[in-house]
Every structure is written in C-alpha cells, then in structure tokens.
Design a protein around this ligand. Structure first.
Ligand SMILES: CC(=O)SCCNC(=O)CCNC(=O)[C@H](O)C(C)(C)COP(=O)(O)OP(=O)(O)OC[C@H]1O[C@@H](n2cnc3c(N)ncnc32)[C@H](O)[C@@H]1OP(=O)(O)O
Length: 202
C-alpha cells in the first residue's frame, strides 16, 4: 500500500495497515524536509508518485479540501483502511479511500462516502448519510438519520441529534451540540450550536 501524506494522521493510518498485516510500499509527501515516517523513508512528492504505477493508495491527509484535490488527480486505486477494532455494520457501506479508526462505530444502513475519515471512537448511527471528503473527529457522535454534506468537518466531541441535515464544506466546532440543520459552509460552535461565520467556497 502506498500512502500520500506523512503527518500525524498518516501515522494513524500506517498503524491501522500494520494491524491489518498490509505491507507499506511507500510514503510520499510534498514537504521535502520530511525524510521518514515511523522508519519508512519518504519516497518523493506527489508529482513523483504520479509517475509510478501503483495498485493501491490511501490519501492520508486530514485537510478535506486537499484530500479532495489529490483524489481527483489520482489514477491508481484508492483503498479503504478500517481498524480491526472498529465496528462496521454489514448493512452499511463505505466508499473508496475512506479510513476508519479504532473503536469507531458505523451502524446499520449508514452510507459513508469516498475519501472520508471516521476517526477514533466516533459514532455514526443508523441511516446516516455522509457525502465524500467528510471528517468525523474523535469522540464525535451522529445520531440516527443525520446527513453530512461533502467536505464537512465535525469537530472532536461534537454531538448531532437525530435527523439533522448538515450542509457541505461546513465546520462543526469541537464539543458543539447540533440540534438544527446547518447551512452549507457554516461554522457552528457551542451548545446549542450556532453559526459564527461562513467558510469561503473553494
Ligand atoms: C485526531 C485529530 O486531531 S482530529 C482533529 C480534531 N480537531 C477539531 O475537532 C478542531 C475543531 N475546530 C474548532 O473547534 C475550531 O475552533 C472552529 C473550526 C470551530 C473555529 O475555528 P476558527 O474559525 O479559527 O475560530 P476562532 O478560533 O477564531 O474562534 C472564533 C470564536 O469562536 C469561539 N470558538 C471557537 N471554537 C469553539 C468551540 N469549539 N466551541 C465554542 N466556541 C468556540 C472562540 O472562542 C471565538 O470566540 P470569540 O470571538 O468570542 O473570542
């Protein structure tokens, strides 16, 4: 497996892959000052990566916008990485390129899009729909039937009650409690969650 990105997030993904017994074939990063990650030498930047033929790759970049951009430029097959201690319902679906960390739960009939991050100890309950490039941070909880639009980041420890629709490229702040729908690009914090500003569309 090849990994794009050599950040802390990439370390978590290397750890998952090693738990799964997957061989790490190469790690690639734009920052030429990073020489190695967890003992694996960095093989080059993204342009160098695009010149080689690879079967399987995971984009290990936490920033949702950058992860999307790189995924659209990739020719190889993007793989899924799911920690063996995550609980994933057989009646759910997980899109290509998505990573799911330890102790996360994805419950029945949940649909997770492509290139998303379901982080440590987070919970995505029944019938949730998550579009592509979403990040559900550690300890965040989505109740049943929540919709999360493309590129949205749900912050660490946030809670979203059942049936809420969160728009695209929004941010739900750490520890927020979301009880009403959230518009596209909104940044929501607090309990109850309130919009404090809007992100600029990319
Ligand atoms: C494994 C991992 O590490 S995964 C990564 C997990 N990381 C996260 O979950 C980070 C989530 N990010 C946040 O909570 C951020 O604070 C954001 C995105 C909500 C806002 O970030 P910014 O736009 O930079 O806001 P900024 O720091 O300027 O704060 C703006 C105001 O909102 C308040 N605020 C910011 N975040 C929060 C929050 N989570 N809850 C309550 N209030 C908040 C600030 O106190 C500030 O208030 P003030 O204007 O009265 O002083």
């Amino acid at each position: 497996m090849h990994i794009i990105g050599a950040s802390g997030h990439a370390k978590v993904i290397v750890d998952i892959l090693l738990e799964l017994g997957v061989e790490i074939s190469g790690i690639w990063d734009e920052n030429s000052r990073i020489e190695a990650l967890m003992g694996y030498p960095i093989k080059g930047n993204f342009e160098a990566f695009k010149k080689i033929q690879v079967e399987n790759v995971i984009i290990a970049i936490g920033n949702n916008t950058i992860r999307k951009r790189i995924s659209l430029e990739l020719a190889g097959n993007s793989s899924v990485a799911i920690h063996p201690k995550a609980v994933i319902s057989r009646f759910s679906s997980v899109g290509v390129g998505t990573v799911i960390m330890a102790n996360a739960t994805v419950n029945v009939s949940a649909l997770i899009g492509k290139h998303s991050i379901i982080n440590t100890n987070s919970s995505v309950d029944h019938d949730c729909i998550l579009e592509d490039y979403v990040h559900i941070s550690p300890q965040a909880g989505l109740a049943g039937n929540v919709f999360v639009g493309e590129g949205t980041h749900i912050g660490i420890g946030a809670s979203v009650i059942q049936g809420v629709k969160i728009g695209k490229w929004a941010n739900v702040g750490a520890g927020a409690v979301v009880i009403r729908d959230v518009p596209d690009y909104a940044v929501v914090v607090g309990n109850p969650g309130k919009v404090i500003r809007y992100n600029t569309p990319a």
